[in-house]
Ligand binder design. Structure first.
Ligand code: UDP
Ligand code: MG
Length: 294
């Protein structure tokens, strides 16, 4: 969409030196004219005016081109560095007045699932883990996405967002219909900026993001321990390394995006599960009171 303006910009920049060149020729000619005394015949006014006009036009375009290059360059940055959400494509299915959505983010093994279980027990949230929903879909007999999901998960990559967003939206609708519950912890999602934009524009704007901050060496220990019994395809050292990389390069920019909006609550996730939960409750104290929906 922005490519044509960049092309125009480049070609206008290229055109400037050529168009501007006659100005220098004029002044050289004028200098020569004065060196050999005043001209004997009348001044060629029209050509001089034409040349001056061409020079001014070139100068105008040069100024315009220098004023305006940033948007074109920004528009071509990779998705995860782009901090401005595209305009919404449709009205969200749920409004934040009807439904509360808390995104729960943190690296693999940061303890998101464990802490969500505590919040479900004590505050009546519905817990939706994007990873669990994807694994369920992967194992569902007849799923057209089974193989695709399996490969993405093993490689620690992000499954195309349409699949994950649709799974989450369906699960939210089911929970509202079956349990009449309107408070959601969306765990391990969004893991990429495009998912954040799409979910907030199509499904529901988030209330805030709970971010579990944990160093890689602690997460690695936990994941290897979990791998002894989890049976998960991605709890092995090769997959774990890829997941760490995806988290740093692709998922952390989502935390920064919400942080820039003042919508991140940080939790130190290095402690024991009980210690971390105490910190979660402290951080959420005021927020939890205002979150109950009719
Ligand atoms: N995943 C994904 N999109 C999401 C959430 C998860 O593609 O929005 C995939 C991704 O491959 C990820 C895997 O599911 O590495 C496991 O996610 P899960 O949340 O279960 O991992 P955790 O963070 O709990 O270790
Ligand atoms: Mg999890």
């Amino acid at each position: 969409m922005f490519a044509p303006s960049r092309v125009l910009l480049r070609s206008s920049l290229r055109a400037i030196p050529r168009t501007a060149a006659p100005r220098r020729v004029v002044s050289a000619a004028a200098a020569r004219g004065f060196a050999s005394g005043p001209p004997k015949t009348s001044m060629p006014v029209l050509p001089i005016l034409a040349i001056l006009a061409a020079g001014s036009t070139a100068f105008y375009y040069l100024v315009q081109a220098r004023k305006d290059p940033l948007p074109a360059i920004e528009a071509h940055q990779p998705a995860q560095q782009q901090q401005i959400a595209p305009p919404p494509t449709k009205k969200p299915t749920f409004s934040p007045q009807q439904v509360s959505v808390i995104f729960v983010l943190g690296g693999p093994g940061a303890g998101k699932g464990t802490q969500c279980a505590n919040l479900v027990r004590d505050y009546g949230f519905v817990h939706l883990s994007a990873g669990d929903l994807l694994r369920e879909e992967q194992n569902r007999a007849g799923s057209e996405f089974g193989e695709l999901i399996k490969t993405y998960i093993r490689e620690g990559k992000i499954v195309p967002m349409e699949v994950t967003v649709a799974l989450l939206e369906n699960a939210m609708k089911s929970a509202i219909a079956a349990q009449g519950k309107y408070k959601f912890l969306i765990d391990g999602f969004p893991r990429k900026l495009d998912q954040a934009y799409k979910f907030e524009s199509d499904v529901c704007p988030s209330t805030f993001t709970l971010f579990f901050d944990c160093p890689e060496e602690v997460m690695l220990k936990r994941l290897l321990k979990r791998g002894e019994t989890s049976g998960r395809d991605d709890d092995n050292i090769e997959s774990i390394k890829k997941r760490f990389r995806t988290f740093t390069e692709t998922s952390y920019p989502v935390v920064e995006y919400f942080r820039a909006q003042g919508k991140v609550i940080d939790v130190d996730a290095t402690n024991t599960p009980e210690g971390v939960y105490a910190h979660v409750k402290k951080q959420l104290k005021d927020k939890l009171k205002t979150m109950d929906k009719a």
